[in-house]
Design a binder for this molecule. Structure first.
Ligand code: NAG
Ligand code: NAG
Length: 474
């Protein structure tokens, strides 16, 4: 079935080769322009705080016989009211800031011939323009990286106001002072941007859980398979998207198919979870022995009106009465092979095969195998996102039974249909759904919350859309 869809997906041989040799991601995270704008707002707020704490050095000099000294320079506010973010192909992101303004104050001291004076001053810097290019990449552990690859700052207007008398004195050298302060600021701004990117942004993107431990047996590998890809409208991050057994990781016997993302852009972020992602979960859980479930007498609800023992079953299988009279029974369900699902526009389709081995429990507690049934049915899945996790629930259509083996002679399996329906809907599905309701973590950075969830099915993948909220620290 996988092969067939590869053939259908690519008409020409050349394209087919390209599709099958590239490492496709098993999971894709797309940030749309709306998401990038939200990230920009959050980033700018952090940058404003960082820049407001910027330290400017004291400086002194001499101009037209005026000896001056400026000290205790302190920024009182740094505002970045206008900014823009755009994805840049092969690099990452460009942030442009315009009409930013800064206020700072400090002390001045001058000496002009025999005149000495000092006081404080206030400086208003307007029309600050900044261009910051952020390079996105991935490190050897598959975590995203972000750094400043280019930064420039330009200030076109500086106005100093001195308090105190001696305004005439100020006129002698204000141009020099303004130009020095402008240069000092222009130089410092980019240093602080780089520091802010390193200390805040890089730290934040490195919180991507590239190995998400799910329980004591299974993990998800969310490492980047390539550096983030910027396109004109979005930023795509290709992740491995593979479940694995913590004890014995082994290669997956099939590859992810390409994900044809739709051009939706209403939500800030979209997640594409491929059928590969889900099928590696099936393999990992199957290998870990987690897809085994036992049904014993104690689990049958009283209201069911039947007892899980050989007397009850002998109504359908007469040999039981003679071979194992009045003994409790149990079923052991397991999957002979890992379950395999396909995803298409209509949803997830899934026909798992389950072996149900019936046992009689002998008086000395050992188990006597009675018969082995094979169960199958069409399973439908409802998927949602809750608390940053993919959650789901399964339902099954009509169950089809067949007899694979019997130690108690041949019998018509149809006679067990209603019992198996009952066990499936009252025990097996609730057990599975309780686990699926706990969900599996999405690859989210720290302090990110999702809302406004959208769930859609496409060929080979599940598309989840969401808006994002960043929870500030503290
Ligand atoms: C339990 O009883 C069965 C039948 O009486 C016998 O075949 C089996 O060996 C016993 N098993 C043990 C562990 O004693
Ligand atoms: C599952 O659905 C398909 C088509 O939707 C149908 O042909 C098939 O018989 C169904 N299988 C079972 C076990 O009901």
């Amino acid at each position: 079935m996988g092969m067939q869809s590869v053939v259908v997906a690519c008409g020409a041989l050349a394209l087919c080769l390209a599709l099958t040799t590239a490492t496709n991601p098993g999971f894709v995270v797309r940030m749309t322009q709306a998401g990038l704008d939200y990230a920009r707002q959050q980033g700018i707020a952090i940058l404003e705080k960082e820049l407001a704490q910027m330290k400017l050095p004291d400086f002194s000099g001499k101009s037209r016989k005026v000896r001056y000294e400026f000290s205790r320079l302190r920024i009182t506010s740094f505002h970045l009211p206008h900014s823009q973010i755009i994805p840049i192909s092969n690099v990452g992101l460009q942030v442009s800031i315009s009409n930013a303004f800064v206020e700072l104050d400090g002390d001045w001291r001058v000496k002009f011939h025999f005149i000495r004076s000092h006081g404080s001053f206030n400086l208003k810097v307007e029309n600050v323009y900044m261009k910051i290019v952020l390079r996105l990449g991935s490190d050897t552990t598959g975590k995203p990286t972000i750094s400043t690859s280019d930064c420039s700052a330009r200030i076109s207007k500086v106005r100093v106001r001195f308090s105190g008398k001696l305004g005439w004195l100020y006129n002698l050298f204000h141009r020099v002072i303004e130009s020095k302060l402008r240069k000092s600021l222009e130089g410092k701004v980019c240093d602080n941007v780089a520091k802010s990117v390193q200390n805040e942004l890089q730290k934040q993107v490195q919180t991507l859980p590239v190995t998400a431990r799910i329980d004591d047996k299974i993990g998800i590998d969310y490492s980047l398979v390539a550096p983030p890809r910027a396109t004109a409208q979005s930023l795509d991050v290709d992740l491995k998207g593979e479940f694995y057994s913590l004890a014995h990781r082994s290669p997956v016997p099939f590859s992810p198919l390409p994900l044809a993302f739709p051009s939706d852009h209403e939500r800030m972020v979209y997640f594409g979870a491929s059928s590969y992602f889900f099928n590696t979960a099936g393999i990992a859980y199957h290998k870990a022995g987690a897809l085994v479930f036992e049904i014993t007498e104690a689990m049958i609800p009283k209201k069911a009106g039947f007892i899980l023992d050989t007397s009850a079953f002998s109504a359908f299988i007469p040999q039981l009465e003679e071979m194992y009279p009045n003994m409790p029974m149990k079923f052991r369900l397991s999957t002979p092979t890992a379950p395999f699902l396909t995803i298409g526009p209509g949803g997830i389709s899934f026909q798992p095969i389950v072996d149900a081995q019936a046992y009689a429990i002998l008086p000395n507690s050992s188990l006597a195998p009675l018969f082995l049934l094979s169960l199958t049915g069409n399973v439908s899945a409802v998927i949602n996102v809750r608390s940053g996790r993919i959650v789901g629930s399964l339902d099954v259509g009509r169950i089809r039974l067949s007899l694979k083996d019997s130690a108690v002679g041949h019998f018509q399996v149809q006679v067990l249909q209603s019992i198996m329906n009952f066990l499936t809907s009252h025990l097996i599905l609730p057990h599975l759904n309780a686990r699926l309701d706990k969900g599996f973590p999405l690859p989210l950075l720290d302090r990110i919350q999702l809302s406004n969830i959208l769930v859609r099915f496409h060929q080979n993948f599940l598309l989840l859309g969401a808006d994002v909220r960043f929870q500030p620290r503290g």
